[in-house]
Design a protein around this ligand. Structure first.
Ligand SMILES: Cc1cc2nc3c(=O)[nH]c(=O)nc-3n(C[C@H](O)[C@H](O)[C@H](O)COP(=O)(O)O)c2cc1C
Length: 232
């Protein structure tokens, strides 16, 4: 992992030149949006489903679309762990080439927010999600390279009340160990995170769950933009 991916590097990038003018700031304020003070920020959606392009990825895309709409200069990217080699963490042989690639993306100083999505597996996160979060020991050891990035968590289950909130909370507990700044889904739903229901490999009919996904994506972006302003 690159040596320069440190908290100092992140804050330094966040404190870069002011790009938003006073007039556009006022216009954005009228819309209830935050003007970026330090250039574009990036929000990544990390899908921890072993199934590429399925409901966890679809729910994250809803979050990312809402994050993008939260203000100008918000870039987004969906990263899927499906098909990658993310081994169970072995302290004697940590990491993998695929993990290093994803970790480099996440720890990039331009990344101000990360949305972690997991399917609910027996009322918890997927084993792929747990393996990835355990491998993130490398980020912690690299001067807490994920520190001060804003994090939101999403879970998709096959049944309503299938353990979405338990899965979300266990992911959040691991992200706290990285000094990340956790947020839930924003108002008006405003709870732990985004909780979605998969019906026949489709989340389109889950009106409430989709609203939590939109509110989570918007909330991550708005707090990331606020943090950027504070650092700048
Ligand atoms: C091993 C396994 C365990 C599961 N356990 C639960 C569960 O406890 N609660 C729940 O609501 N859904 C459970 N499901 C259903 C998945 O969470 C659901 O299908 C989810 O949408 C899959 O995400 P994906 O479409 O991204 O693969 C389970 C699925 C599998 C394969």
């Amino acid at each position: 992992m690159r040596e320069d991916l440190t908290r100092r590097g992140f804050l330094g990038a966040a404190g870069a030149a002011v790009v938003a003018g006073v007039a556009s700031e006022a216009a954005l304020a009228a819309e209830g949006k935050e003007a970026p003070k330090g250039g574009p920020i990036k929000i990544i959606g990390l899908s921890c489903s072993p199934r590429k392009g399925k409901t966890t990825a679809a729910a994250l895309q809803v979050c990312l679309d809402a994050a993008k709409a939260a203000g100008p200069n918000v870039e987004t990217e969906l990263v899927e762990l499906a098909g990658l080699n993310i081994p169970v963490f072995d302290p004697a042989a940590p990491g993998s080439a695929d993990f290093e690639k994803v970790a480099a993306k996440l720890t990039d100083p331009k990344v101000a927010g990360i949305l972690v999505g997991t399917p609910v597996y027996f009322s918890g996160m997927s084993s792929l999600c747990k393996a990835f979060l355990d491998q993130c020991m490398a980020c912690r050891k690299n001067n807490f390279a994920l520190a001060n990035k804003v994090a939101g968590v999403l879970a998709v289950g096959g049944v309503r009340n299938g353990g979405q909130e338990l899965a979300i909370e266990s992911v959040q507990a691991a992200l706290l160990c990285q000094e990340m700044i956790l947020v839930g889904d924003g108002r008006p739903t405003a709870h732990t995170g985004a909780t979605l229901l998969n019906t026949g490999d489709d989340i389109g009919g889950d009106e409430f769950g989709l609203s939590t996904a939109k509110n989570l994506g918007r909330r991550v972006a708005e707090v990331a933009l606020k943090m950027q302003g504070a650092a700048g």
